[in-house]
Design a protein around this ligand. Structure first.
Ligand code: CP
Ligand code: NVA
Length: 327
């Protein structure tokens, strides 16, 4: 393993890294995944300490970073909303300077992107965005690995995101498309279309000639020949007050077997960052039975790769911490 340009770097958004660096992260993740399958551990972060800050709840991101750090030889330490009260008793800048002197890297899940950017400016150690209102880069690394495992390539691969086209996952997929040449289609009702200026900006900076981002409310246009249909919750964390209006906007875009058939391909896979509403086994879904963004038949069906994708969160978190801390 040679020197990596990722050493010492942040991952606040996928815009922070080049296409070659994303490929390097995916290659390292695939390699560590293969080694882990044989029980091999590569303790390249032995003696290091990692902080994990969660201002919003988390399951996957938390377990991925904890296990990835531990298997790499590092010690992970968790901090919740009540432990770190930014701006209440201490500024973001001061907390970042304290963390930067003690920890070798910090995973941060929060609200406004400006907060994590401010934290990263003052920490002086690698900071990784574990989700904010605008971006979810550690999720999309796992998504890219899953797509690559299933189709052997990313360039020119048609992928349809369906749901709230303005959210953190949709925007991060759009960045990935511009960097790596996905043919991304964002299927959303017009009020939930991403900002056209932001999409145009991404395409103007595209690193791959295959990069395409189509934003449309037409299922036919979005789905034709798509290799993957990608779902997310209709209401992101912190937006719960908008549940009713979101359901009304998105109910016609629920992912059903019929919608999946719109790709015209037998090998289309279904992806979802999770958590997903696909049945009535949760309190939230029982309170709003029309909030389900995907039919159980699709979620549990043979084309679903959601749990492989979720496992890949751990392998990509490992690659990210290893390459940005140890190089
Ligand atoms: N996909 C994802 O980030 O899951 P968590 O919110 O459970 O971490
Ligand atoms: N868009 C979702 C992703 C959850 C992993 C949210 O922000 O809640």
């Amino acid at each position: 393993m040679g020197y990596s340009t990722l050493k010492g770097r942040n991952l606040l958004s996928l815009r922070d890294v080049g296409a070659d660096e994303i490929t390097e992260l995916l290659d390292r993740a695939a390699d560590t995944k293969e080694r882990a399958a044989h029980g091999e551990r590569v303790p390249v972060l032995a003696g290091r300490n990692i902080a994990l800050i969660f201002l919003k709840p988390s399951c996957r991101t938390r377990i991925s970073f904890v296990v990835a750090a531990t298997q790499s030889g590092a010690h992970p330490e968790l901090f919740g909303r009540e432990d770190i009260r930014f701006g209440v008793k201490e500024s973001v800048r001061d907390i970042a300077r304290v963390f930067g002197r003690v920890f070798d890297g910090v995973m941060f899940r929060g609200f406004e992107h400006a907060t994590i950017a401010e934290f990263a400016r003052h920490a002086g150690v690698p900071v990784w965005n574990g989700l904010c209102d605008s971006y979810h880069p550690t999720q999309v690394l796992a998504d890219l690995l899953t797509l690559r495992e299933n189709f052997g390539r990313l360039e020119g691969l048609p992928v349809t995101y369906v749901g709230d086209g303005r959210n953190n996952v949709a925007y991060t997929l759009a960045i990935a498309a511009a960097k790596l040449g996905l043919d991304l289609r964002v299927l959303a009702p017009e009020p939930l279309h991403p900002n056209p200026g932001s999409i145009a900006e991404l395409l103007a900076e595209a690193e791959s000639p295959h990069a395409a981002i189509t934003v449309t409310a037409s299922p036919d246009r979005a789905l034709a020949d798509s290799a993957a249909v990608y779902g997310d919750v209709w209401v992101s964390m912190g937006e719960e007050a908008h549940t009713r209006e979101r359901v009304d906007l998105l109910r016609d875009l629920k992912v059903t077997p019929d919608l999946m058939a719109g790709t015209g391909r037998a090998d289309t896979i279904y992806l979802h960052c999770l958590p997903a509403f696909h049945d009535l086994d949760t309190e939230t879904a029982r309170a709003h039975p029309d909030i389900l963004e995907v039919d159980d038949e699709v979620f549990e069906g043979p084309r679903s790769r959601v749990f492989e994708q979720s496992e890949n969160r751990m392998h990509t978190a490992k690659a990210l911490m290893q390459l940005t801390i140890a190089g």
